[in-house]
Structures are given as C-alpha cells and as structure tokens.
Design a protein around this ligand. Structure first.
Ligand code: SAM
Ligand code: DTB
Ligand code: SF4
Length: 327
C-alpha cells in the first residue's frame, strides 16, 4: 500500500529501528515492488559547469568559493549527444544533464538545452535535466522537447535549509517541484546527508518527500562529497550506516520510487554498496565523474555488478514504449 500520510513520529520509529530489522523490512518491501537483481545505471553530464551565483555551502560550482572549478560556457549540442551515445553504449538507460544555474532563463542557452533534450531523447534514453529553478512554462517546454524527468533536490529539512543555502528558500524549491509535476514530468527529488544536520533533519526531509500528494518517482540519496574551498570542506565523513538508514527508510516510505545511491560511492567499498542495495537502493550514477567530483569508473562498476549478480535495468521509457506496442 502506498501511503502519503506518514507522521514524523512513525518515520522516526522506522529510521531508528535496529539496523538488521530495518534492512529486513526495507528488503522485503523492495522485493514486493521491484526486481531486486536489477539496478538502473544513469549517467550524469555537467553541460554548464561552474560560475553559479548561489551559495549552496556544499557545492564546488558556486562562484563565490575557491574550489578550482572554473566557469565554462554551455557545451555544444554535438559534444552532449556524443557523450549520451557513449553512456548508452556503456549500459546507461538514463542521461542527466546538469547546469550550474540558479534558475532557467528564456534565452539562447535554454533553446540549446531544449535541442539537447530532443537529441538525447532520440537516442532512446530517459532524459533528465537539473537546471535549477523553473517556471511552469519552462517546464512545459522541456516536456514538449521530450524531457522524461527533472532533478531538483530539497537537500535537507526546511528547518536546516537556511544553514546551508541563503540565496533561495525551501518554498522556492517546492514551487519548482510543483511546476515540474504540473507539466507531467517525472520528479527526481532527494537530499544530501553529512551537511551537519541532525537525524531529525533527515527524518523531516523524508517526511516532506513521503507526504507529497505523489511521491517523487526517483529519490537520490547523496553523501556529501566534501570539496576544498567550500564551507563544508571539513565535515565528518558520512558512515555507511547513515546511508543505510536513509535509504532503507526512503524505501519503506516510498515503495515504488527508484532510490538512487548517488554521490559518495567513490568512498564506498563493494560491500558497503551491497548493503545499500539490500536496503533498497536500485539505481546508481555511473562514469568516472558525477558533475565535477570523481565517481567509480565503468570497469569498477561492471566488476561490482558481476560480483553481486546484478543486472542493469531497462529504461522505463523503453518499457512504456514496448507496452504501448503490445496494446
Ligand atoms: N544548479 C542546479 C540545482 O542546484 O538544482 C543543478 C545542479 S546541482 C549541482 C544538483 C545537486 O547536486 C544539488 O541539488 C545537490 O543535491 C547535489 N550536490 C552538489 N554538490 C554536492 C556535493 N558536494 N556532495 C553531494 N551532493 C552534491
Ligand atoms: C543528485 O542528487 N546527485 C547528482 C545529481 N543529482 C545531479 C549530483 C551529485 C553532484 C556531486 C558533486 C559534483 O560532482 O559536483
Ligand atoms: Fe549552483 Fe546548483 Fe551548485 Fe547550488 S547546487 S551552487 S544552485 S550549481
């Protein structure tokens, strides 16, 4: 049963249950709703890197921090479509294009992103974008170009948000999520742990996600990648048990969502990642780089899939298309 009426107290009880009990419950729910041997492989590409005006204290792309990430222009259509093809050939079924923008503006860069969405869509990949805040009209344009999903994270709890970002509000974020939903685009929304938040902040973030009228179709769980030059460079490393609690609780609350084991995998062993898959994670970002930080390479992930007997999952888009063919 899918519920949207979880109370914070119920979530707290799940989150704090003994790890083995939590894992068992999450794995059981995962098996009821998904093929447990399958993990979706997604590729990220930073199409517009650095120079961002926002002050997200975790982010290497914020212009105000000296992180060694330079500001670049938007990549060309050809470069992006080449990268998407390479990702497809490496087994990815979803391709996510990221831009270090505060929000989308109606200019020629946006026109170019619209073309990229069309080009990547034509390759048969699920196209996702993460471009910052969007209006309803901009979301509609992306939808018409063939955008499948939009990533827009809430990152942490409403209460902790202003400690992390001062240049926009939680409400701004929620507004974009509504605009995306209204345009009929699949919502990808999650958070980061390791920002100095409390367990209660994590629980409240999960509460916000799991009590939306429609759960996000995809929930990325990121561990902070601490980057020199950002205000959060010296944060304590996230422990695997924290990732496990977060992933398992997300899985139990939002049984049908794809729960994505996102940033942080470069610091995790195969055994630790296996625990996250057992907890209900069923998607990863593949390729040597996330947006600007390192990620395990394709060969290492292929080896992990072989060791764990995992198969890359077909795209939902493909599933939808084939089921339409049969009807
Ligand atoms: N500018 C757009 C935005 O903020 O929505 C899109 C790109 S932004 C880099 C996408 C997401 O990456 C952020 O919402 C955040 O959750 C995640 N992220 C950024 N830096 C990170 C870091 N150092 N560690 C983990 N996740 C990070
Ligand atoms: C998400 O939740 N994590 C990805 C994706 N959505 C866009 C981004 C992680 C970025 C990590 C820092 C970097 O590589 O710059
Ligand atoms: Fe800009 Fe996005 Fe980084 Fe924030 S997370 S500084 S909005 S690129």
């Amino acid at each position: 049963m899918i519920r949207n009426d979880w109370s914070v107290e119920e979530i707290r009880n799940i989150y704090f249950s003994p790890v083995l009990e939590l894992l068992y419950k999450a794995a059981t729910i995962h098996k009821q709703h998904h093929a447990t041997g399958e993990v979706q492989v997604c590729t990220l590409l930073s199409v517009k890197t650095g120079g961002c005006p926002e002050d997200c204290s975790y982010c290497p792309q914020a212009a105000r921090y000296n992180t060694g990430v330079d500001a670049h222009k938007l990549m060309s259509y050809e470069q992006v479509v080449d990268k998407a093809l390479e990702a497809k050939n490496n087994g990815s079924t979803r391709f996510c294009m990221g831009a270090a923008w505060r929000n989308v503006r109606d200019n020629s860069d946006f026109d170019q992103v619209i073309d990229m969405v069309k080009g990547v869509n034509a390759l048969g990949l699920e196209v996702c974008c993460t471009l910052g805040m969007l209006t309803e009209q901009q979301a509609q344009r992306l939808k018409e170009a063939g955008l499948y999903a939009y990533n827009h994270n809430l990152d942490t709890s409403n209460e902790h948000y202003s400690e992390i970002i001062s240049t926009r509000t939680y409400k701004d974020r929620l507004q974009t999520l509504d605009n995306v939903e209204k345009a009929g685009i699949s919502v990808c929304c999650g958070g980061i742990i390791g920002l100095g938040e409390t367990d209660d902040d994590r629980i409240k973030l999960l509460h916000t996600l799991a009590t939306r009228a429609a759960h996000p179709e995809s929930v990325p769980v990121n561990a902070l990648v601490p980057v020199q030059g950002t205000p959060l460079a010296n944060q304590q490393k996230v422990q695997v048990w924290e990732m496990v609690r977060m992933i398992a609780t997300a899985r139990i609350l939002m049984p049908k969502a794809m729960v994505r084991l996102s940033a942080g995998r470069n610091e995790m062993s195969y055994e630790q990642q296996a625990l996250c898959f057992l907890a209900g994670a069923n998607s990863i970002f593949a390729g040597e780089k996330l947006l600007t930080t390192p990620n395990p390479g394709t060969d290492s992930d292929k080896q992990m899939f072989k060791l764990l007997g995992l198969k890359p999952r077909e795209s939902f888009k493909h599933e939808k298309e084939t089921s339409t063919c049969h009807n």
